[in-house]
Design a protein around this ligand. Sequence first.
Ligand code: AMP
Length: 281
Amino acid sequence: MTILRTALELKERVGGWHDQHIRIGLIPTMGFLHQGHLSLVDHIRTHCDKIIVSIFVNPKQFAPNEDLARYPRDFQRDEGLLAERGVDAIFYPTIDIMYPDGYCTYVEVEELGKVLCGQSRPDHFRGVTTVVAKLFNLTKCDIAAFGQKDYQQSHIISKMVKDLNIDLKLLICPIVREADGLAMSSRNIYLNPEERKNALYLHRAIRKARTLFENGVRDAQQLSQEMHREIGQTSGIKIDYLEIVDAETLQPVGIIDKKVVATGAIFVGKTRLIDNEILNP
Ligand code: AMP
């Protein structure tokens, strides 16, 4: 497994692969890897010949009041996990490599980036799409894998790929959870034991919506109210949003007659957690 730190190193490596018609798979991450990230490696493997995982904590997707400085990092551990999993290369650039002095170009998918997480994180998705577009160009990948854990993110990236005629395939992979249902996330490390227990409320609320949906409830407002009721006034939790939205437009729906997403974000202490489930009638 090679570690590539500059755009030139990456270009030389993927250029050679491209010339030999080797299919390149990319998994963009911010590192501090867990089984969720590693599952993407397993999913992409059958679709490509070489796997590149990028590790870059992208400052452009963090607001000034967010956790950029304390975001967990452990490159040596990540390197070990990826080598064990049979990854071919890690792209591990610095901020200066990705955004040299004078950098001023951004990719923005309008509308879809303004709802749900975009309400409380207004510039977040513009940061995500910008860095992902750059990674697509740099790696010349044929396929890229993302997790359904970040449903809105993967949906926005699909739209960017379509709108900008980017010639690659996207693979959206299922959410990997802890045994008790908590969606795996690098940010779970922030949770103290009390918060770790409270973190479960998010998935519980979403499961509640799923159960009611499976029992025939099609009124989205009712499901949303039940999700809110499940969390109620639990001390230490602040709800950012809990919604049932159209899986394509990400807009609220009335009666569920097509694919929707039960999705939510909560603050447990200072830690912001997200989760979702797709409900398909
Ligand atoms: P991150 O490092 O948080 O930016 O995540 C990198 C990629 O891993 C994104 O496509 C995420 O959606 C995906 N991912 C993160 N957590 C999980 C999980 N629990 N299950 C599946 N994919 C995940």
